[in-house]
Design a binder for this molecule. Structure first.
Ligand code: T1G
Length: 708
């Protein structure tokens, strides 16, 4: 019978206290990640008080059940009224106990979980443990003393770097920095922690509280420029985000102010950010990126097919990148090509990518060897016969893809999944040429396929449920975030992109310069503007001189061999290091085309550029929802954040639309429709939500509730 049992009559508590000799072991037990929600906070406080009151207990070990110590505060609580003890006060309470408290960490100690451990008087961890304060990724600062205690243990420089980047550190590095007292045996955490606590009792030394340890702060007081250096080292993390600077300000407060004042500064900063639009958006994305895995009409226990070997048809840029995803996950790949030189080129590119990573220290040389050893290449389609999944990754030609699927249908083993990497073609039509449409699915990777996190899983009409489930599980295995989409031209990501590109092309004819459009959209937070992106990808993708009519700006640029960065000129001119400068020639071509079309050019405001490029994307998202081609508005957010770099601090196009206000968007679309035509016509669903004063997030919640 544990102490807790006696206290609660055996009811399962989210924190239990068991005595081992003179050491009381408190175990957090709130599945799945020991998130410090109200119930767990109250239980920890109760167990600490019981341990303090128990004369048999001289010291305490605090640890987590399950796979980790604690994932921190319960993020879901931030949007509602939090009850139960305040986390910061609970953590201060732990630090104030008169009996030594030793944190015993395995798995992860993150956010408030690490803050709880920082307030313990000692910390031990297993070799595989990871520790971090990732609040900045939620648009927050650590709000329970982390910015004040961590610098006192590891010094302000390491603390600032950890808190600004949100990166975790391993146990060994944590110990070296002063964050841990010891690293235990992987399977001896509790025993080692109890022994450590007993030794503390035997030594009888006074308790050392983190908040009283100022030596590391004093060392850094004369390290001028420390914070500017951390900011300079992580400059891109600051662009557009509020939280990184706030993190730096809090750590600086730890070096400049007494503990209590620094803690107050941190708490005020945390509360301000928590209520701010950026953190609300980033918390939305945190849950949205987990919600995408839930396919409403697919039970979570839907069986999946084992994938022991993957076949790739096509060793081009996409095929090679796709292959690397599986090789990285230790899954053998057979890659086939029609021509020897194409195969050689593809294999060379894969090896070159791995060697480049090894040169940067991201891969060990032996990893390159291991991964390349998993790769089999062949000019013979028959080599695919043993594969459990075959992914076609040839160029976007419908007839070619259909002929490949006819061959795969004859060659692939029964039960093999046949996937196409098409960006927009009709997967139903591709499935229809096979005798096994139930085994056919779309796996739309984004270039570079070995880098971009997004995978659109295109579910065709006859795709079997277990094939969808297998694709969603496999995506996680290869580190992708999979969004299930329906068959339509461009699926989800490219449908929204087409809306933006159409308007960008029109805006430059109306009088905006390419650099204006790019500046406005990059200023909004997108990583690259539409015209810089076209130059990067190549203006001649899908273009041919034979078919060119020489009428559009793109036609003329390509005809003049201004095909983008690869030719040193496109919408911009590029120097040898590919630095872009505005091009008088490109701007003259634009003026010439506008004149030919009878368009009187004018000054175009930044606001008009923003509304005409982004509002149609929100409108298209509503169309996609109404057509049932995406399960949730938040799925569309996940697509554009992970596939196109939509700024996470605005939550994605649909969350951003909610923040702008759907009535505002509908009103602007109606005005734009009157001025520029039916492409701006608001979708009925968008009009309905606006009229009812509802948001896309309410739309998602209502649909989720209806599905049960
Ligand atoms: N709060 C609430 N739910 C959480 C959670 C959290 N902190 N962490 C995870 N979950 C849920 C998640 O939504 C999912 O739910 C399930 O747990 C499994 O998560 C005051 C303010 C720990 C590395 O940012 O990084 O402390 O979908 O799918 O891939 O200063 O979860 O199953 O219903 O991600 O194995 C700071 C966030 C909080 C860590 C495990 N902490 N979590 O990854 O599982 S703010 C974080 C993670 C804070 C204080 C501040 C990961 C993980 P469902 P999962 P995983």
């Amino acid at each position: 019978m544990t102490v807790t049992d006696q206290a609660t009559g055996g009811a399962t508590q989210p924190a239990e206290l068991r005595r081992q000799g003179r050491v009381g072991v408190i175990t957090l037990n709130a599945a799945p990640v020991n998130a410090l929600g109200a119930r767990l906070r109250a239980a920890i406080r109760a167990r600490i008080e019981e341990a303090e009151a128990d004369p048999e207990i001289g010291a305490v070990v605090l640890t987590g059940a399950g796979r980790l110590f604690s994932a921190g505060a319960d993020i879901a609580e931030f949007d509602g009224a939090a009850d139960g003890p305040d986390l910061g006060e609970l953590i201060d309470r732990v630090e104030d106990t008169e009996k030594p408290v030793v944190a015993a960490i395995h798995g992860q100690a993150l956010g408030g979980g690490l803050e709880l451990a920082l307030a313990c008087h000692h910390r031990l961890a297993t070799p595989s443990a990871k520790l971090g304060l990732p609040e900045v990724k939620l648009g927050l600062v650590p709000g329970a003393g982390g910015t004040q205690r961590l610098p006192r243990l590891v010094g302000p420089r390491i603390a600032a770097e950890m808190i600004v980047t949100g990166k975790t550190v391993g146990a060994k590095a944590a110990q070296a920095a002063g964050l841990l007292d010891a690293v235990t045996a992987e399977d001896g955490l509790i025993a080692d922690a109890v022994t450590f606590a007993e030794a503390l009792l035997a030594e009888g030394k006074p308790i050392r509280r983190t908040r009283e340890r100022d030596e590391r702060l004093l060392e850094a007081r004369d390290e001028s420029g420390l914070f500017d250096a951390v900011r300079a080292d992580n400059a891109k993390l600051f662009r557009g985000f509020e939280a990184p600077q706030a993190c730096l300000d809090c750590v600086r407060a730890a070096t400049d102010l007494p503990f209590a004042e620094g803690l107050a500064f941190e708490r005020d900063t945390f509360r301000r950010l928590m209520r701010g639009a950026q953190s609300i958006a980033q918390r939305h994305v945190f849950f949205a990126e987990r919600e995408v895995a839930r396919i409403p009409d697919l039970p979570a226990d839907t069986p999946t097919r084992p994938i022991h070997r993957v076949g790739i048809v096509g060793a081009g840029l996409m095929g090679g990148g796709i292959a690397m995803n599986f090789l990285n996950a230790g899954i053998p790949v057979t890659i086939v090509e029609a021509a020897p030189e194409a195969l050689e080129r593809g294999l060379g590119l894969i090896r070159k990518n791995y060697e480049a990573s090894a040169k940067k220290g991201r891969l060990r040389p032996e990893d390159v060897t291991t991964r390349m050893a998993l790769l089999t290449d062949s000019l013979d389609f028959e080599a695919l016969a043993a594969c459990d999944l075959v992914i076609e990754a040839v160029y976007e030609n419908r007839d070619l893809k259909r002929s490949i699927f006819e061959r795969l249908d004859r060659i692939a083993k029964p039960g093999a999944i046949l996937a196409t990497n098409t960006s927009f073609l009709d997967v139903d039509a591709i499935a229809a040429v096979t005798s096994r449409p139930q085994d056919v699915i779309g796996l739309h990777f984004f270039s570079p396929a070995n880098v971009m996190r997004l995978l659109e899983v295109v579910r065709a009409e006859k795709t079997a449920p277990d094939v969808v489930a297998t694709a969603m599980r496999l995506a996680r295995t290869i580190g992708k975030i999979a969004v299930q989409v329906g068959v339509c031209f461009g699926f989800v990501g490219n449908r929204l992109l087409d809306q933006r590109q159409r308007e960008a092309d029109r805006l430059i004819l109306d009088g905006a310069l390419p650099r204006d459009v790019d500046r406005v959209l990059q200023g909004f937070g997108l990583p690259i503007g539409p015209f810089a992106m076209m130059d990067l990808v190549g203006l001649d993708l899908g273009w041919s001189r034979e078919a060119s009519k020489g009428e559009s700006v793109r036609d003329i640029l390509c005809e003049r061999d201004r095909r983008g960065q690869k030719t040193g000129a496109g919408f911009y001119d590029y120097d040898e290091s590919r630095r872009a400068t505005p091009s008088e020639e490109a701007e003259a071509i634009i003026r010439e085309v506008a004149q030919r079309r009878g368009i009187t050019q004018r000054t175009v405001s930044d606001q008009e550029i923003l509304e005409r490029c982004l509002y149609p994307m929100v409108n298209e998202g509503a169309k996609i929802l109404a057509e049932g081609k995406a399960w949730r508005a938040s799925d569309i957010d996940v697509v554009w954040i992970n596939g196109f770099g939509w700024p996470v601090y605005t939550g994605g196009p649909m969350h951003w639309g909610d923040a702008v206000g759907l009535p505002t968007i509908v009103e602007s679309l109606r005005r734009l429709e009157a001025e520029h035509g039916p492409d701006f016509k608001p979708t009925p669903l968008l009009e309905r939500l606006a009229a009812e004063g509802k948001s896309f997030s309410e739309f998602d919640r209502e649909r989720s509730a209806k599905r049960g």
